[in-house]
Design a protein around this ligand. Sequence first.
Ligand code: HEC
Length: 184
Amino acid sequence: MSRSSFETNKVIAAVLVTLLLGHLAGLLSDALIHPVMPEKHAYAPVDVAAVSTSGGGGESASAEAAIEPIAPLLSLASVERGQAIAKKCTACHSLVKDGPNMVGPRMWGVVGGHQRHIADYAYSKAFQGLTGEWSYEELNKFLVKPAKYAPGTKMSFAGIKSAQERADLILYLRTLGDSPPPLP
Ligand code: HEC
């Protein structure tokens, strides 16, 4: 082998080794830094309906969303519509003055009354901690989903999703008392 071809071979060998090392390095880095695609988007798509704070009726609001205040809706509420909605309650509640306790306590005087307003009714454990007042807003929060307001309550009633229907109902309940609180 001539000296020059030996030199040429060395150069070719060097090039081959470089290429080979480069290839190996590529394989190695592929194996080491295998790109793992995240399963979730870094930015979760925003649920516009749930975030919306504007009105638009309780129907669209999820149970998790903030409960719409009832005060502004009371002025648009109808006692007649409320009376119709209250038929859902009469399976368990008497709505007349001095009515009997049934599955649930009688309703007379509940609006503006204290929570657990009937002395001779056996409330559940879930209700024992309630010491506030059935203001318009508390009734609103309770009636949207009783089981959420008082977990473990024996009032087995799913709740009333529509804020306007709750306003109608509460305005009607207000007529069932001797001294209802003034409207907000
Ligand atoms: C399936 C029976 C049932 C139905 C239907 C029902 N309730 Fe009740 N309700 C109860 C029971 C039972 C309680 C007592 C809750 C407890 O002790 O956990 C109660 C408690 C209440 C209370 C609290 C009273 C207090 O003295 O603190 C209010 C207010 C109330 N119900 C309103 C209503 C309204 C309004 C409706 C109709 C939209 C309704 N309920 C439908 C069974 C029912």
